[in-house]
Design a protein around this ligand. Structure first.
Ligand code: WTA
Length: 651
């Protein structure tokens, strides 16, 4: 609570610039009207948004069918996501967009491509035909395991064109993690690349796919994009090259007329217990949510060059690199590599080079740049920027102010956007033309969204007192379930209160009603804005033959927000020490990926447990962050454990 207390003392407010307000897509008057309608009749509001922002082949019979916890939006309507992102920008009064840049892509080595809407349409149709030729239908799942290259967006859109659900696995995940996801999704085809570029070096992807698919029998075909030209082995009858297939494919493929509730994608995300959850999103509601929020929050105009720095492997990459901006007919920038190659000013040179007008990124990146110094951004012309966004974790006021002053030149509004993989799109955020912002607050729920701060019993808490964030009404982009696990869906999200969604975050509202999000209250760590379950890292550690027991907690980290700390009890006879630490860090990287690699590993003979055998993580968290162990320890089974843990800290 201490963090949020200090955040709440933040008194600076930033009013919207009158000129910005006047030309905003959603001005003050519109927002006021939408809020009113959203409160009184959210279904009518969302139906209005669905008509305004999405094109439908046939209308719905019912806006919402809500049988808690199952929602169906725009029941009976037919649409297609790729049609909305492509075809409708080539026809009628929008036909001038044919030659507008849809994607501006820059590779890490400095190569680039500008792909127009007409060209993207042809490429997507071709790849949709490739998928069809491999026997993929609207009943199937396709895994994408790719670097940040245009082919990732092409493959996503091609799946939506024929109604196959995609499931993107972040390219930084290991072969093990990839295999688990392929098996869980029961996928028929994998799209990958030989590799990609990162920190100036090519990294491989195909070898991981080979290792994963060896033990994933559902996979019939693997399509490989040639990106780096590195040597890969191609298995005859299963593997084929993307460029060869595309050369032979027709650029004509009509979009499938899909039901609004047709599965669009599955995206795996970490939970408190067990393996990652396959979050299922569907077609019409998701598209309505992301198209509406992109237009309203980022205030997208035809002339904007919009850059969201997320990887397509995360939900932000799905909703706000690809689907939201393309549905709006915008120009979206994709960058392949790390921010620091070939120099630490790569992002700023990209902004200057392409004239980026909107930048949407994560606090962890902002904090990294603060540390690198103001000279780097100041050496580049960032005057094209007109709006900034933040996502992934609470942004600390210092980072907010730096972002505002050094990157935004004090002229750009900042939108701090709270949402989750499960919500599909942004839920709580400032609206740049109408809401006064406070550094560190995501401000208010969007029109049509009913968010509140509740206590365990479901009562709304008083202003300025901590509680749990809750969503009391269904929204169009909400998850429709956990793939293959109905019981877990109910248990994780809907069991705390009646008919109310529990996101797992703590929060407060101040006296003006502003929302201040505190972060996860469960055992999910938010590392550089990415969710990793403590449980996942623990199971990776104990899968090593020399580990008897492990407990993992997060500790605050200046740059990444949270760093992974592991307490490990080695098996008898195993020597704890630097070489073993290195082995274990490598082991976690192999099992999950570098993102979950522990920053610290500490050895201990025993873990602090309650009499019922539950690990007391609260104590471990205190020790990991170097704090005095505070609070109640009366349930601790063996007090000597605490003393020995503290000793291990001093060593
Ligand atoms: C956290 C990322 C504070 C939160 C889009 C949430 C935030 C989790 C914010 C979801 C924000 C995201 N302020 N916290 N603006 N945005 N979070 O699924 O804890 O990767 O529950 O989705 O990130 O992470 P996910």
């Amino acid at each position: 609570m201490a963090d949020i207390e200090s955040l709440l003392k933040e008194t600076r407010t930033f009013k919207p610039d009158p000129q910005f307000s006047r030309s905003a897509n959603w001005n003050k008057k519109t927002v006021a009207a939408y809020r009113k309608e959203g409160e009184k009749n959210p279904e009518r509001f969302w139906a209005r948004m669905a008509k305004e922002n999405v094109s439908w082949f046939s209308p719905w019979k019912k806006v919402l069918d809500w049988k808690p916890p199952y929602a169906k939006w725009f029941v009976g309507a037919k649409t297609n996501v790729s049609y909305n992102c492509l075809d409708r920008h080539l026809e009628g009064e929008n036909a001038w967009r044919r030659n507008k840049a849809a994607i501006i892509w820059e590779g890490e080595p400095g190569d680039s491509r500008v792909i127009t809407y007409a060209e993207l349409h042809r490429e997507v149709c071709r790849f949709a035909n490739v998928l069809k030729s491999k026997g993929v239908t609207r009943k199937d799942r396709v895994i994408l395991y790719m670097p940040m290259i245009p082919e990732a967006a092409i493959a996503m859109l091609a799946c939506t064109r024929i109604g196959a659900a995609h499931s993107i696995v972040f390219g930084g995940f290991s072969a093990e993690a990839l295999r688990d996801r392929i098996v869980d999704a029961d996928a028929k085809l994998v799209v990958t690349a030989d590799g990609g570029y990162r920190k100036g070096e090519p990294f491989g992807l195909k070898a991981q796919v080979d290792a994963a698919v060896r033990r994933a029998p559902s996979v019939e075909s693997v399509v490989v994009v040639q990106r780096t030209g590195q040597k890969v082995t191609m298995k005859r009858g299963r593997d084929c090259w993307y460029h060869e297939e595309m050369a032979a494919a027709s650029p004509v493929c009509p979009p499938a007329k899909l039901d609004a509730e047709h599965p669009l994608f599955i995206l795996y995300t970490s939970g408190t217990t067990g393996k990652p959850k396959g979050i299922l999103h569907t077609t019409g509601g998701y598209l309505t949510h992301v198209a509406t929020t992109t237009r309203a929050i980022f205030d997208l105009k035809e002339t904007d060059v919009y850059w969201c720095t997320a990887d397509v492997g995360w939900i932000t990459g799905h909703s706000y690199v690809v689907y939201g901006p393309l549905a709006c007919g915008a120009t979206t920038l994709m960058y392949e590599g790390v921010p620091t190659h070939p120099g630490p000013d790569r992002w700023w040179s990209l902004i200057a080079k392409w004239g980026v007008t909107i930048l949407y990124t994560a606090p962890t990146a902002i904090r990294t740049f603060i540390r690198l110094g103001d000279d780097l951004p100041k050496a580049h012309d960032l005057s094209s920027l007109r709006l900034l966004g933040s996502v992934g974790e609470p942004i600390n006021p210092e980072a907010w102010i730096w972002y505002h002053e050094v990157i935004g030149g004090k002229r750009c509004p900042i939108v701090d956007t709270w949402w989750q993989t499960e919500t599909g799109g942004i839920m709580i955020s400032s609206l740049p033309g109408s809401v006064a912002t406070k550094p560190g607050s995501a401000t208010f729920p969007l029109p049509g969204i009913d968010a509140a701060i509740l206590d365990e019993e479901g009562n709304e808490v008083k202003p300025s007192s901590g509680g749990l964030l809750a969503l009391r009404k269904p929204w169009p982009g909400m998850l429709r379930g956990i793939w293959g696990d109905k019981a877990r869906f109910k248990e994780v999200y809907w069991s705390k209160w009646k008919n109310t969604y529990f996101p797992g975050d703590g929060a407060q509202r101040d006296r003006q009603g502003y929302f201040w999000i505190m972060g996860r209250i469960d055992d999910v760590m938010n590392i550089s804005g990415h969710r990793i379950g403590t449980m996942e890292v623990e199971s990776a550690l104990v899968s090593h033959r020399d580990v008897a027991e492990a407990a993992v907690v997060g500790r605050p980290d200046e740059i990444t927000g949270t760093a992974v700390v592991a307490f490990v009890t080695p098996r008898g006879g195993v020597k704890p020490g630097a070489p073993f630490i290195k082995t274990l860090k490598g082991h976690v990287t192999k099992e999950i990926g570098a993102i979950a690699r522990p920053a610290d590993i500490r050895f201990t003979n025993a873990l602090p447990k309650t009499r019922s055998g539950k690990i007391m993580r609260r104590l471990l968290r205190d020790i990991a962050s170097g704090r005095e162990v505070a609070g109640d320890t009366s349930t601790l089974e063996d007090f000597s454990v605490l003393a020995s843990l503290k000793e291990s800290d001093e060593n």
